[in-house]
Every structure is written in structure tokens, then in C-alpha cells.
Design a protein around this ligand. Sequence first.
Ligand SMILES: [Zn+2]
Length: 139
Amino acid sequence: MNDETIPAKPLPKMTPGAEHYWHSATREQFVLPHCTACDKVFFYPRVWCPQCLGQDLDWVHASGHGVVYSFSVVHQAPFPAYRGDVPYVLAVIELAEGPRMMANVLHCDPATVRVGMPVEVTFEDRGEIKIPQFQPVHS
Ligand SMILES: [Zn+2]
């Protein structure tokens, strides 16, 4: 038995251009930055477009759908806060809108995750903030 208290997981840093992303996620809205000059959406959020370097950006409400592009099953917790989660899935998700992002695939047996598997966004509550994560789509 282990009655050690598991420390809290880290919170994201509020990097320039990402504040709206995290505030939206905390309201369980999944948004992506959009460049009004070249009409691309991208990830991660930043203050300029990685396609054309434009700085005239707005936000779009993303579908929250995507597929597993690549993944790994983590068996050794990188920090004590993750001890209760192993094994867990760290994945690159290819969003329906095109960008790829890293996230965990939650609410499933890690052994069932496959490349190409359809997933949808879910929000992991970390107290003062919520983190966009993904889960299998159940039809
Ligand atoms: Zn652009």
C-alpha cells in the first residue's frame, strides 16, 4: 500500500498568444488560432502565423474531432504527479482542421489505441484550468 499524496500535475504556461486558447478550454470550448491573411488554422497558439508570418489572427471554434496520428504508451511516470495514470497514452492527434497536436488519449484501455483511430476532444480538469485531451469516438 502507498498512502503518499500524489502532487498536482503541472499547469500550462501562459505563453504570448495562447491565453485565449487556455481560457476557452477552461470553459470547455476547443478553439484554434486562424490567420486572416492566408486563411490557415494552426497549432500551437502563438502571436504570428507559422505559414505566412502574418500577425492578424483570430480564433475559430474547432470541431474537436481528429484521428490518432502517432502514439506511445507511457509506463513509467515522468513526474510523481503522473504515478496514478500509468500506463497512459501520449499521442499526436491530427485534427480534422489539419493541425497536429500532442495530447493524451483518455477514457480507454491504452492497449486498444491504434493509429488512425477517430478521437474527439474532452477536457481534463486540473483545478484552475482545463486541458484539451482526446478520447475514442463511441458511435
Ligand atoms: Zn498566415
